[in-house]
Design a protein around this ligand. Structure first.
Ligand code: PBG
Length: 321
């Protein structure tokens, strides 16, 4: 008989044999930033997550750097009246994201800022690209994504993260950045982003639900894994500096396959809004302890191979670990 229980006799012994250790530096906190000043809004069905105006967000960030989190992912939210067919406010230098980047960088130069690059929060249709006929047009969307990325990079974003799932978006953004002398800006590609049922709370936060249809013609079909590896390979060839699998909890096999296959590039996973909300709801119903359940899931995401985990739990988890 081989005896395994000897590795589990006490907390200290278990620590010695722990193969995976979740660390603060693995965690990335997403934030929603809206226009205006002096406001922080709660979001229906998304407990613990808020929309901030850039000034209030900049204050919040001082607290987060004390908690040990040093990386943020920013999403912009704008009023319905500013939305257009092509989502032009996505590349306005006065948009909430560039404003927030400039303010945060002024007060906290050590924070790493990732700016999400997509059009869904800025288009009238709520789709991630421009509509031609009845379709989300791939190639016509590419220059628009590049313009948005350039605007965020110019404001000081360290990383731009295209999440629109348009083919060729990494190459288009890379060329846009290079053409504007922004060669130090890195690209985090949402390479394997699935058409998931777990984005609900996010869409209410970002006011970005599609006004018709769904995102299945551009986001991945959840029955596929080989195709995810193909998406990742293409993004690496186009010049991505980091790749992502999204969601995370239901896609641990995809994270594992990606980390086995692509050894020379960091891997991120996005523990999405619905996955976060499930833990909140289960804990509220008394089914399990929130803190323990959240740490179990986030550790599993790291165990699967993601060294960078985007999670609405980042700030809280940093206190817990
Ligand atoms: C925008 C985008 C979405 C998420 C991140 N970027 C929503 C979507 O594709 O509809 C979801 C994140 C989450 O649910 O936490 N394209």
């Amino acid at each position: 008989m081989k005896r395994f229980r000897k590795y589990r006799t006490s907390p200290a012994v278990r620590d010695k044999y722990a193969e995976t250790v979740l660390e603060k530096k693995n965690l990335i906190q997403p934030y929603f930033v809206m226009q205006g000043s002096s406001k922080k809004e709660a979001i229906d069905g998304f407990e613990g997550v808020f929309r901030y105006t850039p000034d209030i967000l900049a204050k919040e960030i001082r607290g987060i750097s004390r908690s040990g989190i040093n990386t943020l992912l920013l999403f912009g939210v704008i009023d319905e009246g500013l939305k257009t067919a092509g989502g032009s406010y996505a590349w306005s230098d006065d948009g909430p994201v560039p404003q927030a980047i400039r303010l945060i960088k002024k007060n906290n130069p050590g924070i790493v800022i990732i700016a999400d690059v997509c059009l869904c929060a800025y288009t009238k249709s709520g789709h991630c690209g421009i509509i031609k006929g009845k379709e989300v047009a791939n190639d016509a969307t590419l220059p628009l994504l590049a313009k948005a990325a350039v605007s965020y990079a110019r404001a000081g974003a360290d990383v731009v993260a295209p999440s629109a799932m348009m083919d060729g978006q990494v190459a288009a953004i890379k060329a846009g950045l290079a053409g504007n002398g922004l060669k130090k800006t890195k690209i985090l590609a949402y390479s394997a982003k699935y058409a998931s049922n777990f984005y609900g709370p996010f869409r209410s936060a970002a006011k970005s639900a599609p006004s018709f249809g769904d995102r299945k013609t551009y986001q991945m079909d959840y029955r596929n894994i080989e195709q995810a590896l193909g998406e990742i390979k293409a993004d690496i060839e186009e010049g991505a500096d980091m790749i992502m699998v999204k969601p995370a909890h239901a896609y641990l096999d995809v994270i594992r396959a990606a980390s086995d296959r692509f050894r020379n590039i960091p891997i991120a996973a996005y523990h999405v809004s619905g996955e976060y909300a499930m833990i909140k709801a289960g804990a509220k119903a008394g089914l399990f302890d929130e803190k323990k359940a959240a740490l179990e899931v986030l550790t599993a995401v790291k165990r699967a191979g993601a060294g960078n985990i985007i999670t609405y739990y980042a700030k809280e988890a940093a206190k817990w670990i």
